[in-house]
Design a protein around this ligand. Structure first.
Ligand code: AMP
Length: 139
């Protein structure tokens, strides 16, 4: 009953604040061609696009075609896919000329900075990184 009331309230708000987990993610909409993006690489399991709000001179996102909301939602059936994403990271770093120095980041959960709930790996390169700054947002 409470769920129904909340659902009606959400409808009354025009659905503005409601994103059901099975709604297509922004990345699925990019893959469907509904939203433009700058594609760097694609294969049957993943795409790589430029981040729309780059945090480094090189900032791209490796995105599996299958929507796994967060890394912790991955299970044993995703083992090969997760390995593939790391291999793509190395391949794309080579394509982008940053294979010698890049940082690979996965934000898992809103409190860790995740804003798009479709697993993705950030490749960041082209600026100085240091071990001391690894967790800088928390310092
Ligand atoms: P995260 O905060 O780890 O979930 O990362 C989500 C990333 O997606 C952010 O760095 C955003 O800038 C990026 N992003 C959001 N929308 C788009 C888009 N339409 N095209 C490319 N990157 C996007």
């Amino acid at each position: 009953m409470l769920g129904f009331i909340l659902y009606c309230a959400a409808l009354a708000l025009g659905g503005k604040f409601v994103t059901a987990n099975n709604d297509p993610s922004i990345f699925e909409r990019i893959m469907a061609g509904e939203i433009p993006s700058e594609m760097i690489y694609e294969d049957d399991q993943a795409i790589v696009i430029k981040d729309i709000n780059p945090q480094a001179p090189t900032h791209v996102l490796i995105i599996p075609r299958v929507k796994i909301p967060k890394l912790v939602d991955a299970n044993d059936t995703h083992q090969a896919l997760l390995g593939h994403l790391l291999l793509v990271a190395g391949k794309v770093a080579g394509l982008l000329g940053c294979a010698d120095a890049f940082r690979l980041v996965i934000n898992n959960g809103a409190a860790a900075g995740q804003t798009v709930f479709h697993l993705h790996l950030h490749i960041l390169a082209g600026k100085g990184f240091s071990e001391a700054g690894l967790a800088s947002p928390f310092n």
